[in-house]
Design a protein. Structure first.
Length: 147
């Protein structure tokens, strides 16, 4: 009697099929995770742009719009309100964007505010200021909805 201790061809093929199946599942899971992480990065950039625009208006009250104001991401970056936004897909490129700020309130109906000189807008006379922020982010393969 001969003692065969080697694997048969069927056993080897079975192991290869199992390894292939597990590899496919792993690659799919990693791809899905990577895509979700990229989308989360874009959403964080949008939130950061909106927060930076709000902070910008806190320190630049003369810029509070009576109607509409557009703040570019480059302005917010240059003035130190946010850091540069590196595109998560193409690391050599930067994302750009803008925040469109619309005043839904009516500053002109507030007797304490001179609409020709926004420098006198303070927290005590901003009852009629209702600001709406719309963020538009543009990256290599991403653009905010509604841009």
């Amino acid at each position: 009697m001969k003692n065969n201790k080697a694997f048969t061809m069927i056993e080897l093929l079975g192991v290869i099929v199992i390894i292939g199946f597990l590899s496919t599942m792993a690659v799919t899971a990693v791809s899905r995770y990577k895509k979700k992480a990229q989308n989360d990065t874009y959403k964080n950039y949008e939130q950061n742009l909106e927060s930076a625009a709000k902070n910008y208006l806190v320190y630049n009250t003369s810029s509070i719009p009576s109607d509409k104001l557009t703040l570019s991401s480059s302005t917010l970056i240059d003035e130190g309100y946010i850091d540069e936004m590196t595109d998560p897909i193409n690391k050599s490129r930067q994302c750009s964007g803008e925040v469109i700020i619309t005043n839904k309130g009516d500053i002109s109906s507030n007797p304490n505010v001179d609409t020709n000189d926004n420098s006198n807008i303070t927290s005590s006379n901003t009852k009629n200021i209702d600001l709406e922020y719309k963020v538009c982010l543009s990256c290599t393969n991403y653009k905010s909805s509604g841009c």
